[in-house]
Write a new protein. Structure first.
Length: 399
C-alpha cells in the first residue's frame, strides 16, 4: 500500500471515533450484559421459591439455553428481511419486563415459559445487536466489535456486582424493579441514535435460510471452540481451585474474577490492536495467550498460579469471539444477520452443552486433565485463523 492510499485509509478510519451510532450499539451491549448479570444473583432465590433441586435447576438453565438456540436463527432471518435496527429494538423491548416476570412467577410451568422467553430474547437481541455493530463498523471503517463486547462484559460485571447488594437492601422485587428501570434508561438513550441498515428486499428472502456455503459454519466452529473454554472457566474455575488446589472460598472466586477483568480490559483495547495488526494476526496472538493460560491453570502447583493462568486465558479469549462475529458479518454475498446468527447459535451452544459435559468428565478424571484437553480446541481455532481476514473487510470499503 503506497503512502497516499495508507493516509486516505487512515483518515477514513480515524473519522468519527465515537459516533452516535457507536454509542447506541455500545449501550445495547451494555443493556444486554447488564440484564444477564442481574439474573445471576437472582438464581438462588428463584430455585428456593420454586423448591427446585439442583437437577431441576439445571433443567431450568437448560431451558434458558434452548430459548436462545430457538430464537437466534429466527432473529437472523428477520434481520435479513427487515434490518438489524428494527429487530434489535423489538427484542430489546420484549426483554425489558422479563426480570420482573421471573421474579413474580410462582410455579414451575410459568417459570419454565418465562425462562425460555428470557433466554430467547437475550439470544435474539444478541444476534441483532452484533449485526448492528457490523453495520456500524462498515459505516465507520473502524473495528468496534471488541469494545462492544467489552461493554457487554462491563454490563455483566455491573449487574452481578450490584445484584446481591440490592437484593439484600430492597428484596428480589425491588432489585428487579431497579434493574428494569436501568435497562429502560439504557435503551431509551440508545433508541434515537441507532444506525438504520435496510436490506435489499429482493435479496432478503433467498438469504433468510440456512446458508449452504461452508464459511459461516467454519466461523461458527471457531466461535464454539472459543466459548467452550470460556464456559469452563465461568462454571468450574471456583470448584477446581477449591477442590484440587485447596483454595479458600474467597480465593476460589478470584479465578473467574481475574478472567473477567483481563477479558473486559483487553476487549476495550482490542479494536486498537486489531486496527494495527489486522484480524488474522490478532486472532493468532490471542489464541496463543489462551492456550498458554489454560495449560498454566491446568498444570499450576497452587491456586495463585492457576489464577494467573485464568487471567492469561481471559486476555486470549477476549477478542477471539468479536473477530469471529465481525468475519461472519462480512462474508461476501451473505446477509450479515444470517452469518452472525449461525456463528452466535453455534458459539452459544458451546456454553449450553459444555458445562454439563465438563462436569461429567471431571467427576471421573478430575478438572486438571479436562482443562489440559481444552487447548486442543484452541489449536483448531489457530488452524482456521486465516478465515479471520473477512473481519478486515470493514476497513477496505468497496474499492
Amino acid at each position: 500500500m503506497d503512502d497516499m492510499t495508507r493516509s486516505g485509509s487512515f483518515q477514513a478510519r480515524r473519522s468519527g471515533f465515537f459516533t452516535k451510532s457507536r454509542a447506541a450499539v455500545s449501550l445495547l451491549f451494555l443493556m444486554n450484559g447488564f440484564t444477564v448479570g442481574c439474573w445471576a444473583p437472582k438464581i438462588p432465590e428463584f430455585a428456593e421459591r420454586l423448591q427446585l433441586t439442583k437437577f431441576e435447576l439445571g433443567l431450568m438453565i437448560l431451558v434458558f439455553g434452548l430459548g436462545s438456540l430457538v430464537m437466534m436463527p429466527m432473529a437472523g432471518a428477520q434481520i435479513a428481511g427487515r434490518g438489524s435496527k428494527i429487530v434489535v429494538k423489538a427484542f430489546a423491548v420484549l426483554l425489558v419486563p422479563m426480570l420482573l416476570a421471573l421474579t413474580v412467577t410462582q410455579n414451575v410451568w410459568t417459570a419454565a415459559i418465562a425462562i425460555f422467553l428470557f433466554g430467547g430474547f437475550i439470544g435474539a437481541m444478541d444476534v441483532a445487536m452484533n449485526a448492528n455493530a457490523v453495520s456500524v463498523e462498515k459505516s465507520m471503517r473502524r473495528a468496534i466489535m471488541s469494545s462492544c463486547h467489552a461493554f457487554w462484559s462491563l454490563g455483566g460485571l455491573i449487574g452481578s456486582a450490584i445484584g446481591g447488594f440490592l437484593i439484600s437492601r430492597w428484596g428480589v422485587l425491588g432489585h428487579a424493579e431497579a434493574a428494569t428501570a436501568l435497562a429502560v434508561l439504557f435503551l431509551a438513550v440508545a433508541w434515537p441514535m441507532m444506525l438504520g441498515d435496510q436490506p435489499h428486499p429482493d435479496e432478503a428472502k433467498p438469504k433468510a435460510r440456512l446458508p449452504m456455503i461452508p464459511l459461516p459454519w467454519l466461523l461458527g466452529m471457531m466461535a464454539l471452540f472459543c466459548m467452550i473454554p470460556e464456559g469452563a472457566v465461568l462454571d468450574w474455575s471456583a470448584l477446581y481451585l477449591g477442590q484440587e488446589k485447596a483454595a479458600s472460598v474467597t480465593l476460589s472466586g478470584f479465578g473467574f474474577a481475574a478472567f473477567s477483568l483481563t477479558m473486559a480490559t483487553m476487549r476495550f483495547a482490542g479494536d486498537f490492536v486489531r486496527d494495527r495488526l489486522g484480524a488474522v494476526k490478532t486472532l493468532r496472538v490471542c489464541t496463543v495467550f489462551a492456550i498458554v493460560g489454560m495449560l498454566l491453570a491446568a498444570l499450576a502447583p497452587n491456586a495463585e498460579l492457576a489464577i494467573v493462568g485464568f487471567a492469561l486465558c481471559g486476555i486470549g479469549i477476549s477478542n477471539m469471539l468479536p473477530i469471529a462475529f465481525s468475519a461472519a458479518g462480512n462474508i461476501p454475498g451473505l446477509q450479515p444477520g444470517i452469518g452472525i446468527s449461525v456463528v452466535t447459535t453455534m458459539g452459544y451452544s458451546g456454553m449450553l452443552v459444555a458445562p454439563s459435559a465438563i462436569g461429567f468428565a471431571a467427576e471421573h478424571v478430575g478438572f486438571s486433565p479436562v482443562l489440559m484437553a481444552l487447548p486442543v480446541l484452541l489449536l483448531i481455532v489457530l488452524a482456521l485463523s486465516s478465515l479471520a481476514h473477512y473481519a478486515d473487510g470493514i476497513g477496505s470499503g468497496s474499492h
